[in-house]
Design a protein around this ligand. Structure first.
Ligand code: ADP
Ligand code: MG
Length: 364
């Protein structure tokens, strides 16, 4: 047995900070991916190496139980543990992986790593990757990240990476758990979806993410709703506290923007999609306050360079931004962003292609 597994990174087109508010989002898989060469091994222990890390990991699934592994190997080996927990007979494998998804850039290198290991095991066991199996792999990858790594995740990343299809986004509804494919083909409309990795991470010491979550929960509580999902804009505007009002306003309007984006895509109305992306950014910047100078600079520069729309994507405080740009202006847009970063004294950003791509799988 000798096989190659592949799992992409992802960007969220729109629907930010909505997952933990029982809301909506619209991620796509991107061409950048983690690739693993997989062979069988004698004995019971698997061995996982990464081109991105000096230390390999070696052990049985039980050796990757929560608390037993630290660092990058927890993401990879944690999947072996989670699959064994789900009743799989995980064979001993040699997994040699490498990625062109930048680590920690908000493009989900972590879910990409988890998914490539999950697909490798399924492939080694000759299990077909049908929809049901893919959902099982999503659950195992989520368990690895939540329980073994210890980073609670709502499942957006793992779902996107494992269920995505070429030329499509996934409309995820965190209230019902539904996943619906939505056609998204910017190239056919003469557009490119650019991804800019700012290469900065302004982790807030007071935990910006945790604070936002608490504020959303508090706003929902004041409105007597189980989450912000059923809240209306009218209700939200009546909240006394200025900060809570703005946080809740972002969530409510962002859910509306996700639905409006799905409609605009169905109507092939790309200028409207662009307008919605930019409105999402403004809301994240002003109401939710999770942007930063570098992300704002990508957005304003891309718009000046002819983008139909642009926004930060992911949790914020750094990470990546996306821009929807006419193909003939894509290169000029990338160069304008580079020049703006030099002028502002920022470190050079990274550029990736955001073309909606296939989810994880085996490669022939
Ligand atoms: P993101 O998922 O946005 O890239 P995370 O902080 O969730 O950022 O995950 C990044 C971590 O995932 C890295 O610090 C590393 O531990 C692990 N990781 C991701 N890809 C790889 C890889 N190819 N090899 C080894 N570790 C990886
Ligand atoms: Mg991650």
């Amino acid at each position: 047995m000798d096989l190659t597994a592949r799992a992409p990174g992802r960007v969220n087109l729109i629907g930010e900070h909505t997952d933990y508010n029982a809301g909506l989002c619209l991620p796509v898989a991107i061409p950048a991916a983690t690739v693993a060469r997989v062979t069988r091994r004698d004995g019971r222990a698997s061995r996982i190496t990464s081109a991105q890390q000096p230390e390999p990991w070696e052990g049985t699934p039980a050796d990757a139980a929560p608390g037993a592994v630290r660092g990058w190997a927890a993401y990879a080996a944690g999947v072996l543990w989670a699959l064994e927990q789900a009743g799989w007979e995980v064979p001993a494998l040699d997994i040699a992986l490498g990625t062109d998804v930048p680590l920690g850039a908000g493009l989900s290198s972590s879910a990409s790593l988890e998914a490539v290991v999950a697909v490798a095991v399924a492939g080694a066991l000759d299990l077909p990757l049908d929809a049901e199996r893919r959902r099982e792999l999503v659950a195992a990858c989520r368990r690895a990240e939540t329980e073994v790594v210890g980073a609670p995740t709502g499942g957006l990343d793992q779902t996107a990476v494992l269920l995505a299809e070429e030329g499509r986004a996934l409309l995820l509804d965190f209230e019902t758990g539904s996943v619906e494919p939505v056609d998204v083909d910017p190239r056919a409309a003469g557009l490119e979806l650019l991804v800019v990795d700012t290469r900065v991470s302004h982790e807030l010491t007071d935990g910006g993410y945790g604070t936002r979550r608490e504020q959303c929960e508090e706003a929902a509580r004041l409105l007597h709703h189980p989450s912000l999902r059923p809240a209306t804009l009218e209700e939200v505007e009546r909240l006394d506290d200025d900060v809570l009002r703005r946080r809740a306003r972002h969530v409510v309007t962002e859910n509306e923007r996700v639905l409006a984006t799905v409609e605009a895509l169905a109507a092939d109305d790309w200028p409207r999609v662009g307008t919605l992306l930019t409105a999402s950014h403004v809301s994240l910047r002003d109401d939710f306050e999770v942007s930063c100078a570098e992300l704002d600079l990508v957005v304003t520069t891309a718009l000046e360079a002819g983008a139909l729309g642009a926004r930060m994507t992911g949790g914020g405080f750094g990470g990546s931004a996306i821009a929807l740009v006419p193909a003939e202006r894509a290169e000029a847009c990338r160069r304008a962003v580079d020049a703006a970063f030099v002028a502002a004294g920022h470190r050079a950003p990274g550029h990736l292609d955001g073309t909606p791509s296939a989810g994880a799988g085996l490669t022939p």
